[in-house]
Design a protein around this ligand. Structure first.
Ligand code: ZN
Length: 277
C-alpha cells in the first residue's frame, strides 16, 4: 500500500519528469545492471564522468567503465559534463540478487588454515595483485562482451557464501569452470598480461589488463603460456587447466575486476554458462 507521504513523493517526482524526458539522454549504458555487474557507459568525446564522486577514465570516444559491487544496494550516481557545457546525471540502481551457500570439503587443510610460515608469501602475492589492479591503462577492450576462457562445467557461481572444510569463508566472487587437466584456457578479451606467476592460494595465476581498471584473472593453471607485458588477443591460448593452489579438482577460477571490486564474469559474457566441453 502506498502511504499518503509516499504518494506525495511520487506525484512530486512525476512533476519534474517531463523536463527530464524532454531532453533525450546523451549517455547510454551497456553491461549488467545486476549486483556484481560491469557497466560500460558511452557518452561523447570530451566528456568528464564521475560515479559516486569518483572521476572515471574516459576514452577519446567517450567510453567508460565502472562496477556494481556484489552487495551494492544503493544507486550509483553517474554525473557527466559534456564538452558543450551540458550536464547529465543518472542513477544506476543495481538489481538485487540471491546468492547460494556452497560447502566444499576435502580441501587440504594447509589451504583453509594456511600455516604461519606462508603468511609472508601470501601477503606479498596479495600485494602484487592489489597493485596490478590499481593500474588504469588506456585500452578499451572491456567494452565488448567477454568470451568464456574454456568450455566446461560451471562448478562454482559468483557470490556464494563459501564453507570450506566446515569453516565459513568470504563469498566466492568469481566463477569456476571445471574441465579436464590440460584443457586450453583462452583470453576472455584483448589485453595486456599484467601478472603471470605461481602463487600459494591461486596456483598458476594470470591477470590480464583490459583497460580503465578492468581486468580478468585465471587461477589454478597447470601451465602458463604467456609472459608479463605480452599483448594478447581475445581467444588466444594463455594457459592450461590445472588444480594448483587451493583447488580440489581441475578447474579455473575466473575473475573479473574493476580495480579492487570483484565482479561476476558470467554477467559480462554473451551466455551465462560456458559452452559444454
Ligand atoms: Zn573459485
Amino acid at each position: 500500500m502506498i502511504s499518503r507521504r509516499g504518494l506525495l513523493v511520487q506525484v512530486a517526482a512525476m512533476a519534474v519528469m517531463p523536463k527530464a524526458m524532454a531532453e533525450p539522454g546523451r549517455l547510454s549504458f551497456g553491461g549488467s545492471h545486476e549486483q556484481g555487474g560491469l557497466m560500460v557507459g558511452r557518452g561523447e568525446p570530451g566528456i568528464r564522468v564521475t560515479a559516486d564522486g569518483q572521476t572515471l577514465q574516459v576514452s577519446p570516444q567517450g567510453l567508460f567503465a565502472f562496477g556494481l559491487a556484489y552487495d551494492a544496494e544503493k544507486p550509483v550516481l553517474v554525473a557527466a559534463q559534456f564538452a558543450d557545457g551540458h550536464s547529465e546525471t543518472r542513477d544506476i540502481l543495481p538489481t538485487p540478487r540471491h546468492y547460494d551457500i556452497q560447502a566444499i570439503t576435502g580441501l587440504p587443510e594447509k589451504y583453509v588454515e594456511p600455516p604461519p610460515e606462508v603468511a609472508e608469501r601470501m601477503a606479498r602475492e596479495r600485494a602484487l595483485i592489489t597493485d596490478a589492479r590499481k593500474r588504469e591503462s588506456a585500452g578499451t577492450d572491456f567494452a565488448a562482451p567477454l568470451e568464456w576462457p574454456c568450455a566446461g562445467r560451471l562448478s562454482g557461481v559468483y557470490g556464494s557464501q563459501r564453507i570450506l572444510n566446515g569453516k565459513p569463508m568470504a563469498p566466492h566472487l568469481a566463477v569456476d569452470v571445471a574441465a579436464p587437466e590440460g584443457t586450453s584456457i583462452h583470453a576472455a578479451a584483448d589485453g595486456i598480461v599484467a601478472i603471470t606467476d605461481d602463487f600459494y592460494l591461486e596456483g598458476g595465476f594470470t591477470l590480464l589488463d583490459h583497460g580503465h581498471g578492468v581486468s580478468t584473472c585465471y587461477l589454478h593453471q597447470s601451465k602458463r603460456l604467456v609472459a608479463a607485458g605480452d599483448a594478447v588477443r581475445r581467444g588466444d591460448i594463455i594457459g592450461q587447466i590445472g588444480h594448483t593452489g587451493r583447488a580440489t579438482g581441475p578447474h579455473t577460477h575466473w575473475g573479473l575486476n574493476w580495480f579492487q571490486m570483484k565482479l561476476d564474469p558470467s554477467r559480462a559474457t554473451r551466455t551465462s554458462i560456458p559452452p559444454l566441453g
